[in-house]
Design a protein around this ligand. Structure first.
Ligand SMILES: [Zn+2]
Length: 129
């Protein structure tokens, strides 16, 4: 019996502004966000099953993340979509909650706001509501 974390990468483009922020992020601007989703689980040992030798089919993971996150945020103005200050930290917490609710055995999400700046949150760091 072995366990593993599988990770899939996504990108989306979106605009936001940070209300009350004193830096240049107070103005509306856009980012190409990169999202890494890590799912943890046992590598299934079920010869003959479609998921034999996998934690989770990457295609199934892709469909969940596209439905729950990418299709909602891509090419949107995040301030009009999400009811909180849209920092990358808060966006990552929201993603953990959404993906947990969708039934993924999440390990972490990592969200890049720029190629050199990202937030990583472990599933256990977000309290269950
Ligand atoms: Zn920004």
């Amino acid at each position: 019996m072995a366990f593993a974390t599988i990770v899939k990468e996504f990108t989306f483009d979106a605009a936001h502004r940070l209300e009350g922020h004193c830096g240049h992020c107070k103005n509306i601007h856009g980012h190409t966000y990169k999202l890494l989703v890590g799912v943890y689980g046992e590598i299934q040992n079920q010869p003959g099953s479609t998921n034999d030798g996998m934690v989770l089919d990457f295609d199934a993971l892709k469909q969940v993340v596209n439905t729950e996150i990418i299709n909602k945020l891509d090419h949107q103005f995040i301030n009009e979509i999400l009811p909180f200050q849209p920092t990358v930290e808060n966006i990552a917490v929201w993603m953990v909650r959404v993906l947990r609710r969708a039934g993924l055995q999440l390990k972490f999400v990592r969200v890049y706001e720029t190629p050199t700046s990202y937030v990583e949150i472990e599933e256990r760091d977000v309290p269950v509501e």
